[in-house]
Design a protein around this ligand. Structure first.
Ligand code: NAG
Length: 302
């Protein structure tokens, strides 16, 4: 939170906002076109459409093209879910070990005035470790390793490795993950993480409630995914776990055999117990953007 406060003035320049909105359009075009339209809408045409569009809200089932033309972070609504999602499978070009340079690229308040959101302390991302894979949002740039492994012919994320690696980088020696319980064969949607040396997070339970992905057939170097999580963070200082709901929208772009760009938009939702919940409902209170440059590491992690 302190870090966010310190940075907010710096990051709220129009340039960053534009960047963020472009990214939003980019992923939503891809993911949404798969869900609703028979033929995907080419990205280039979306970028041409509507630098400024009407902001009147549309019903959820409204035409996609109109929706996308709005380039509006408000459209990042939390999903309705009932069926447990399957483990995320990635394209073969992601397999291997990667060296990542992660940069915080900005944030936006799509629903409530900035000052009102900043006064809350229960917004995902404000407290350390409340979004476990960006354990200190705003700390930038950071370097860490990532790994995607081939498991019985399917490329999947080495989640324990990636979590340990990104948490260590974000906490910079002041905290680390001591264990990750994750058994995707039994349940790809439950992860238990234990941490040391952070006061407000000693154990984190992740529940993935929804996933979506798309590999556009006309753009084989592009892969998009979304993951909606509930994270409950426990500390011995407080009796109850602390709930955060957030959703990562990841856009992987292959630039060459050994180079990728990864854009991650993280929509942070307010908890239903938050006094402001009814002002946002399923829309995020804040959206963070991260840009990662990935280069292939010479060896795979042990
Ligand atoms: C990343 O992996 C490389 C080996 O490819 C290793 O030398 C390096 O120490 C790792 N970096 C971090 C931050 O873990």
């Amino acid at each position: 939170m302190g870090r966010i406060m310190a940075r907010k003035m710096r990051w709220l320049r129009p340039k960053f906002l534009q960047l963020l909105l472009l990214s939003v359009t980019f992923w939503s075009a891809q993911i949404a076109s798969r869900c609703m339209a028979p033929a995907p809408l080419p990205r280039s045409s979306i970028l041409r459409v509507a630098p400024v569009a009407a902001l009147a809200p549309l019903p959820a089932e409204a035409a996609l093209r109109e929706l996308l033309a709005k380039r509006n972070a408000r459209e990042l609504t939390s999903p309705i879910f009932n069926i447990p999602p399957k483990q995320q499978v990635y394209p073969s070009w992601l397999e291997g070990s990667w060296h990542a340079t992660s940069s915080f690229a900005g944030f936006e308040f799509p629903t409530l005035p900035r000052a009102q959101v900043m006064r809350q302390d229960d917004v995902p991302g404000f407290k350390k470790c409340s979004i476990i894979d960006f354990a200190d949002v705003g700390k930038s740039p950071l370097e860490y390793n990532m790994s995607f492994v081939n498991q019985q012919g399917a490329v999947v994320e080495d989640l324990p490795y990636n979590l340990r690696s990104s948490v260590a980088a974000h906490l910079g020696g002041k905290g680390r993950i001591t264990s990750v319980d994750y058994n995707p064969q039994n349940d790809p949607n439950r992860i238990t993480i234990r941490l040391s040396a952070t006061k407000n997070a000693e154990r984190v339970e992740l529940f993935v409630n929804a996933r979506d992905s798309e590999q556009p057939s006309e753009e084989p170097d592009l892969f998009l995914s979304s993951e909606y999580r509930r994270q409950v963070t426990f500390s011995s200082r407080v009796e109850q776990g602390y709930n955060c709901n957030y959703q990562h929208f990841r856009t992987f772009q292959r630039l060459g055999p050994d180079k990728l760009r990864l854009n991650i938009l993280t929509a942070s939702y307010l908890d239903p117990l938050s006094p402001l919940y009814f002002d946002t409902f399923d829309k995020p209170a804040i959206v963070y953007a991260h840009e990662l440059e990935l280069t292939r590491a010479p060896t795979t992690p042990a």
